[in-house]
Design a binder for this molecule. Structure first.
Ligand code: MG
Length: 362
């Protein structure tokens, strides 16, 4: 019997592995919300979700007080039915970040359980389109870094074989942003993919102006130029620049992605498996993007997203930001600038249970 007999949640605080600042925020710590689920026939799965510093206890409370009690007796194999049941139970707080993050912790645990029960790794269960994904490096491009540090990091990334690097923008002076990017482009040459990320810091009018200034640098994408709820602004910007506009890390439902894609307001989508509510809705977004001939380059969580980006035919790039080193013993395998899929059953993440217990906060 695959009926769920146990479902627990807990919170682990992970210190950031590097100082990370962008135009609007700092990555303070990774609040990691775990869910463990087991069934009557002895199967078990571990899922997780995260915040970059606030709201973790709210996600934990939603899980413990409302969502996990609904799981008991449900058939763990019916993942979409469970997702819909939990979503329906949280209608008054959905669509919203806290609810999506809670749903993701459950959903990823169920996919892990399914993989461990069937012996299949996630990238196969989810489609198996390829077994590796090119990596781009975000760790070398934070906004607080000096131009000299940016250039040194970019050179290091090239030496490591990275296919691309992302640089944060949103300095008070648009000219300063342009000068930083120009310095990086000169250092790495014409072939490396360069992306920029404004973290929702601009108005549409300002983004149009800044995109024109940055165009000579030859950018692969301009990420989150505007607040995520400014759909009209994104559509206007996308029509006004030759740089592809990337969005998705701040969208929390498949319907929001559908609106962006219908309007031609996203040239790249960056769905985040935690913020979209789990693997189940992530795959729906990926396939929706495929139907619109748009690539998906997931945000953060490389340890989990490597399997998903590889699973779908339109997975293009994986973002390199290591943040689970302290609690895992399965570091991302990299070969010739591409991340290789983990081939162990389930999510493919080998958790260090002692390290997790030592960092457990609630
Ligand atoms: Mg971003």
């Amino acid at each position: 019997m695959s009926s769920i007999t146990r479902a627990v949640a807990y919170l682990v605080d992970l210190p950031v592995e590097a100082e990370r600042n962008d135009a609007v925020q700092s990555f303070l710590k990774q609040e990691t919300i775990f869910v463990e689920i087991s069934t009557a026939d002895g199967a078990a799965g571990t899922g997780y979700s995260y915040t970059i510093g606030t709201g973790g206890t709210a996600v934990l409370a939603l899980l413990r007080d409302y969502l996990l009690p609904r799981l008991h007796g449900q058939d763990a194999r019916r993942i979409d039915a469970i997702w819909q049941d939990l979503f329906a139970a949280t209608r008054a707080t959905a669509v919203g970040a806290i609810t999506s993050l809670a749903l993701a912790a459950v959903d990823t645990a169920l996919w892990d359980l399914r993989g461990r029960q069937t012996g299949l790794p996630l990238w196969i269960m989810a489609g198996g389109a390829r077994d590796r994904v090119p990596l781009y490096d975000t760790e070398v491009g934070w906004l607080h870094l000096t131009t000299e540090e940016l250039v040194a990091g970019a050179r290091k990334a090239v030496a490591q074989g990275r296919r691309g690097i992302k640089v944060k923008i949103g300095k008070p002076s648009a000219v300063e942003d342009a000068e930083r990017l120009t310095a990086v482009r000169s250092a790495v040459g014409p072939d490396l993919d360069l992306m920029v990320d404004a973290n929702q810091s601009m108005t549409a009018a300002e983004a149009v102006r800044r995109a024109a200034l940055l165009t000579p640098v030859n950018l692969l994408w301009l990420e989150e130029p505007l607040p995520a709820d400014d759909l009209d602004g994104h559509a206007h910007l996308a029509r006004s620049t030759t740089i592809p506009v990337a969005v998705g890390e701040s969208l929390y439902s498949i319907g929001q992605f559908a609106q962006y894609l219908r309007r031609g307001a996203a040239g790249v989508v960056q769905a985040d498996v935690a913020r979209i509510g789990g693997i189940t809705p992530w795959l729906k977004v990926a396939h929706l993007a495929e139907a619109h001939n748009v690539a998906i380059c997931p945000h953060f969580l490389m340890e989990l997203h490597v399997s998903l980006a590889a699973a779908v035919p339109n997975g293009h790039y994986l973002e390199y930001i290591p943040q689970l080193t302290a609690i895992t013993s399965s570091p991302l395998a990299v070969e010739d600038g591409a991340a290789l899929v983990p081939r162990t059953p389930g999510l493919g993440i080998d958790w260090d249970r002692d390290a997790i217990d030592a960092l457990r906060k609630a």
